[in-house]
Design a protein around this ligand. Sequence first.
Ligand code: NAI
Length: 341
Amino acid sequence: MELIPLAASAQHEQVVLAADPAIGYRAIIAIHSTRRGPAVGGTRLWTYRSDDDALHDALRLSSAMTLKNAVADLPFGGGKSVIMRPPGAFDRRRIMEAHGAAVDSLGGRYITAEDVGTSADDMDLIATTTRHVLGRPLHGGDPSPFTARGGVRALQAAVQFTRGADALAGLAVVIQGLGNVGIEVARMVTAEGALVRGADVDAARIERAVREPGLQILPPEQALEAEADAVMPCALGGVLHADAIARLRCRMVTGVANNQLETDADALRLHDRGIVYVPDFVANAGGVISGAADLLGWSAQALYRKIDAIYDTALAILRQSEARRVTPQQVAVEMAQAAVG
Ligand code: NAI
């Protein structure tokens, strides 16, 4: 196992490239900040076109974790790791064990968890070589239902802000991405009486979704531009860019996907169009809150209370944004930065 320090950016505390060529393991672990506590953030397993792409992803995702953990008032800093998926077949067990060893060598400054491309079972494999891992099957497990609950609270806050009441009955909602979180969001908002349409690019996910009572399916290319009260991006990042924002036909955007804005300017584009946007790192903190509950031994009641507080945080951000005539993104980033100190 090789661990090569990368001089990535002045804003990150530590960034390393971890590699074990014998098994095709290559990963970047980025620690953005440990000022509030150990850097917590998941492990993404993804096919990257280049090392530079992987580095860019790790840097962006880890700094977003600092903001997310700070706004959620968790005693954590921000970090993230990305494993560059080897081409062809690979030994998943050995890759995860190697990753655990890399995480372990950071001595607890970084604690990992699942993310896109990894599962709670992978966390069990990682746990064979490090104890600095959250979300194992018998320890909190899949964070998705908790992320979904927080995402729905963020939607309710946006509805309260725009309509003066937070009931979802009759609200037209479109969900982009019916994966682990998206399908749970769909179930929860349908149960609240919303009129829900959803889209996915994956045939298996659509097959599952068509069996959900009350959920209508849209072609994926129509999801963001569908006429609706709220659009919830629950697929991948970078979906809110100049072109997509110009075509939105909704009043609110409140999804759980990480890094939805392609650039900082997109927050202003949404604002200028009068679209109420709950910053992603506020809306999607439910998953990391469930990891915190496991690590810190919180009761189920304390866990749900903390997730439900996303409603208050999101509403406070929207109100402040209105009062100060700045974007919700700016308010949320400033709030996080103040909490990091
Ligand atoms: P997932 O991989 O289970 O679901 C994503 C879904 O989006 C997949 O079904 C995929 O086919 C679909 N998709 C991809 N491109 C699409 C497109 N253009 N149009 C429509 N559908 C598309 O991932 P998961 O766990 O549900 O996470 C969703 C998002 O939320 C990700 O961005 C993730 O980083 C973020 N997130 C997830 C958390 C969790 O607890 N799982 C926690 C915090 C953030």
